[in-house]
Design a protein around this ligand. Structure first.
Ligand code: HEM
Length: 419
């Protein structure tokens, strides 16, 4: 048996340099070995930094997402947890079959590709409105004015929040999902907003029961599979999951993706000249900029061997999908952004039974937003030196706090040099 090298994962990523550019840190971890040891949130555990092992664990039923399914494992749900938090930790991403299959089947129906494709026009309209507002300013914070409000507006409308409540709802979600609120104190401060959101969603569910509409909450309320339905707590838990899993991730795809293009002017130029490269460009942004660093932890149901290392049953495994996406053995010239890359089997949306439910929506939003932004602004430049950009202190989700850009709208480029 091989002994796994020990690392301190938390410490590896806590410096501002590592947050700004995690590529060398991931390279170092991959070099240390296919299986590493580290202390994680769930106690002593293992870390997988390479592509092959990450994918193989993601499709291996010997690993559980729900700790209760591991011998001696306990639920993440605790008696002292506020009810609202218990709803979050009981969401389907932390469940295994058959519970997971049941919940996923019920929501999948409400989340069909056709339903998502139908949103194209509306996503384009919201994008144009946001750009109309941005165009009036010489410096735009792309996060605040574009990347954040776009997915938030889309999801509020998708859920079927009535028009008069939408502004309040968006403000409330922005507070609950405040990316700066990662400390325990910030969590406590945020708690009243969570309660308000919980009450808001329960009222929305009741409204859509009485007045069905052409929206996701109505579809979830009506979703039925073999006489089975989601009960009210499951419904709220599902809506929370959609809000949490779908929001900051998409925000980061747009923010990180645009920054990557600005920092690789040859790729930006190529995309401007060949707009039909947008689909492969988005896949490459997903791979290279890694909006999500790691998936939910997996737990070994039995003793397992990975690359010669014994993983005792019950162990927690951290799967670094961001590192897998940069693995040279799976992606030639992995540390280069190449918008024409193909094949591009990145694992940014995960793999296997928990593969991202919202992937078509995230792709649609990026496919509409990024070309519209490029078209509106023939020049996009960082308004601050790159080393001044601030990254959020969250290893799981990689994103910027702000992205100040100096922009020149189409028709206003005279006198400025090309990017
Ligand atoms: C760029 C944007 C996104 C990225 C990178 C992303 C990434 C991921 C990843 C990696 C997983 C797998 C988690 C695991 O295996 O532990 C996942 C699951 C999930 N995502 Fe996304 N996501 C994005 C957008 C969205 C959107 C827009 C929604 C919905 C509105 C969404 C809803 C979900 C749900 C419900 C799951 C759980 C699926 C399951 O457990 O079966 N995601 N996502």
């Amino acid at each position: 048996m091989v002994e796994a090298v020990r690392v301190n994962l938390q410490r590896e990523f806590e410096t501002p340099e590592a947050r700004a550019n995690p590529i060398p840190v991931y390279a170092k971890l991959r070099k240390l070995g296919p299986v590493l040891r580290s202390t994680a949130l769930y106690g002593e555990g293992f870390v997988l930094p390479r592509y092959e092992e990450v994918v193989s664990v993601l499709k291996d039923p010997r690993f559980a997402n729900d700790r209760r399914n591991v011998p001696g494992g306990t639920s993440m749900d605790r008696w002292w947890m506020p009810a609202i938090l218990r709803l979050l930790v009981s969401s389907m991403v932390l469940k295994d079959p058959p519970d997971h299959r049941r919940l996923r089947n019920l929501v999948q129906k409400a989340f069909t590709p056709i339903m998502v494709e139908n949103l194209n026009g509306r996503v384009a309209q919201i994008t144009e409105e946001l750009l109309d507002a941005a165009v009036r300013k010489p410096v735009v914070d792309l996060m605040e004015e574009f990347a954040l409000p776009l997915p938030l507006t889309v999801i509020s409308e998708m859920l079927g929040v009535p028009e008069p409540d939408r502004i309040n709802f968006r403000k409330l979600i922005a507070k609950v999902l405040d990316p700066a609120a990662v400390s325990p104190i910030a969590f406590i401060r945020n708690y009243p907003h969570m309660l308000r959101l919980n009450r808001f969603l329960r009222r929305l569910v009741n409204l859509r029961r009485e007045q069905p509409g052409d929206d996701l909450v109505t579809a979830l309320v009506q979703a039925e599979e073999g006489g089975d339905r989601l009960d009210e707590d499951e419904l709220i838990s599902m809506i929370f999951l959609l809000l949490f899993a779908g929001h900051e991730t998409t925000v980061n795809l747009i923010g990180n993706g645009v920054l990557a293009l600005i920092r690789h002017p040859d790729q930006l130029q190529k995309l401007r000249e060949q707009p039909d490269l947008i689909d492969s460009a988005i896949e490459e942004m997903l791979r290279f900029t890694n909006p999500v660093g790691q998936v939910a932890p997996r737990f070994a149901r039995e003793d397992v061997e990975i690359a010669g290392v014994r993983i005792p049953k019950g162990s927690a495994i951290t799967l670094l999908i961001a590192s897998a996406n940069l693995d040279e053995t799976a992606f030639p010239n992995a540390d280069k952004l190449d918008i024409t890359r193909g094949p591009n089997r990145h694992v940014s949306f995960g793999y296997g039974i928990h593969y991202c439910l919202g992937a078509p929506l995230a792709r649609l939003e990026a496919r509409v937003a990024i070309p519209a932004l490029l078209q509106r602004f023939p020049r996009l430049d960082l308004a601050v030196p790159a080393e001044k950009l601030r990254w959020r202190p969250n290893m799981g989700l990689r994103g910027l706090e702000a992205l100040p850009l100096s922009v020149s709208p189409a028709g206003a480029t005279a006198g400025r040099s090309a990017a």
